[in-house]
Write a protein that binds this ligand. Structure first.
Ligand SMILES: Nc1ncnc2c1ncn2[C@@H]1O[C@H](COP(=O)(O)OP(=O)(O)O)[C@@H](O)[C@H]1O
Ligand SMILES: [Mg+2]
Length: 262
């Protein structure tokens, strides 16, 4: 389906668009799993726009508490006024609430999510005494990166089993070439060689690298090349330096670049 002018560009890889739409229509929460920079956030923005839903995105971090999502009393001109957080705003008004990297958030966040993610679809606000019922057009979407080797940063089974889940990965080359060309404006030939290089660099993941080159970094690299930076410099800046600080690992990556570009 062509992307409309005001719908963020997203090229589907599998059945994720249909799955998102079905989950929305049937009021099911959705979990997106996948590495950084593979298109999860773009996908959510695209689908929210396509379904004409408002979108509240929260980038979770290790200081994020339930109150940051639900809301809190704030001092306003001498009065304390209740102020909805992004989750409460979405539940009151409908639309998509997207919690990016949800495992990063404090533990008390899951307590808030549980009643919202079963068929009750409730959001209790202890501080105001309200019990909000999510409207039909409310949808909760969360993402996390299962690649991080941190047992403390895993989603608990009791939480993850409340979501319909889609696995994301970097798009296959033929899709990734189109994505990177569309995002950067670089010609397809040069994009193709960058995507090929990314494939080689990704194959080194696990040995010394925690994460492979993301589609995001490929877009950065292609954007720099399209802007006139010499290829090797763009590769260095966008596909090598962001991946590692280790001199030996860098050398290994450089060798791969040399093998591909000569
Ligand atoms: N399937 C896709 N269609 C369009 N753009 C994509 C796609 N996959 C990745 N991208 C590009 O990659 C960038 C990073 O994707 P993003 O959604 O921010 O990653 P994530 O949220 O998974 O970390 C986007 O800004 C976009 O340029
Ligand atoms: Mg994201």
């Amino acid at each position: 389906m062509p992307n409309g002018a005001d719908i963020p560009f997203y090229l589907p890889v599998g059945n994720e668009c249909r799955l998102f739409e079905l989950a929305f229509r049937h009021r099911l929460p959705l979990l997106l799993k996948g590495p950084t920079g593979c298109g999860k956030t773009r996908f959510v923005a695209h689908m929210a726009a396509k379904l004409q839903l408002g979108l509240h995105t929260v980038s979770c971090h290790d200081d994020l508490t339930a109150a940051d999502l639900t809301g809190r009393y704030l001092l306003k001109g001498g009065d304390t006024v209740w102020t909805d957080g992004p989750l409460t705003t979405s539940v009151r008004g409908g639309g998509v609430c997207y919690l990016d990297e949800v495992v990063e958030a404090r533990k008390d966040v899951t307590v808030v999510l549980h009643p919202l993610t079963d068929d009750r679809r409730l959001l209790p606000l202890d501080r105001t005494g309200e019990l909000l019922q999510a409207p039909d057009d409310f949808m909760l979407v969360v993402s996390y990166n299962p690649g991080y080797q941190n047992v403390l940063k895993q989603l608990k089974p009791s939480t993850r089993q409340r979501f319909v889940a889609v696995e994301f990965d970097f798009p296959p080359p033929e899709v990734e070439i189109k994505v990177v060309a569309a995002e950067s404006g670089l010609d397809a030939d040069r994009v193709q060689s960058l995507v090929m290089l990314a494939g080689r660099l990704r194959a080194m993941k696990g040995h010394d690298l925690e994460e492979g080159v993301s589609t995001r970094l490929l877009v950065y690299c292609a954007t720099l090349v399209a802007a006139g930076l010499p290829l090797r410099e763009a590769v260095q800046a966008a596909m090598i330096e962001p991946l590692t600080d280790d001199a030996d690992v860098k050398k290994g990556l450089d060798e791969v670049v040399l093998a591909v570009f000569g």
